[in-house]
Design a protein around this ligand. Structure first.
Ligand code: MF3
Ligand code: CO
Length: 261
């Protein structure tokens, strides 16, 4: 777990504010009739306007290169959906908008699942619980705790509601690279994992299926879907662990950072 100096913390804070601003602007565009290619292109423009770069465009895993600027995952898509002109949002859908940006050489990462118009109350509850689990996870991100305290806090909220946390994808440290040590699973025991360190920066990101937690891969090699076809939700913040508590860095430019002390 990497400990940051003041300058690095400031750079990550700015990168996270850029990512949050782009996420906000994209979420405001979500409406029935919009296709996810156009939404991704709007994301590309917002990122450019703020003088940043997408940290997922051309992101490489093995021989696969991610082709889009943001990750847009609809309904049963869990993560890493690729915007498509054929994917037109309809009333009752949900879409996870995941934005990671590089700015000043550092990365900020955040995600939110939003409803397209009015959704089924059970689906809205899934979104509310997933967001609540993120905040419970963030509250556990304090000195004296291990990573597993974050994991178990997220898992408890999700499973108390009867939903399932994804096992195949996890949160992560963030800095110059998008995925740094440590991994932050959304399941596990409080005593597991490394101790949290002062001035380290982590991305906490519960991914939750309404049904079972299994996932399958789409033919595009990137999009992960729930194996049982159930709706999935995803919320993420970039968080710094201060001496006196966690602070959410992924807040839009001009808004006050949220310190949970
Ligand atoms: N926020 C996503 C993550 O942490 C970004 C993935 S970039 C992609 O996994 F290229 F893998 F899609
Ligand atoms: Co992430």
């Amino acid at each position: 777990m990497i400990v940051r100096n003041e300058q690095q913390m400031e750079a990550i804070r700015e990168a996270a504010q850029v990512a949050a601003t782009v996420l906000d602007r994209m979420c405001m565009l979500v409406a029935p009739g919009l296709n996810t290619y156009d939404l991704d292109q709007s994301g590309r423009r917002f990122i450019e306007e703020l003088g940043a770069e997408s940290a997922c465009y051309k992101y490489q895993v093995g021989s696969r290169i991610y082709p889009a600027y943001t990750c847009l995952s609809v309904n049963d898509e869990v993560v890493h959906g690729i915007g498509s002109i054929d994917r037109v949002l309809r009333e009752g859908d949900v879409i996870s908008v995941d934005v990671c940006t590089r700015y000043n050489g550092y990365i900020g990462d955040n995600c939110r699942t939003v409803a397209v118009g009015t959704v089924d109350p059970e689906v809205q509850w899934l979104l509310d619980i997933t967001e609540e689990s993120l905040y419970e996870g963030i509250k556990a991100a304090r000195l004296g705790n291990r990573v597993g305290k974050i994991s178990s806090s997220v898992q408890r909220v999700v499973e108390n509601a009867g939903f399932s946390v994804i096992r195949d994808f996890v949160g992560h440290g963030v800095g110059k690279s998008l995925h740094e040590e440590p991994q932050i699973p959304n399941f596990g025991k409080p005593g597991n994992g490394p101790k949290l360190r002062e001035n380290s920066v982590v991305c906490i990101e519960p991914m939750v299926n309404m049904g079972k937690y299994g996932v399958k891969m789409a033919d595009d090699g990137w999009t992960a879907l729930s194996a049982d076809g159930s709706v999935s939700a995803h919320f993420e913040h970039t968080v710094i662990i201060n001496r006196d508590g966690p602070e959410i860095l992924s807040v839009p430019i001009g808004k006050e950072a949220l310190a949970l002390v």
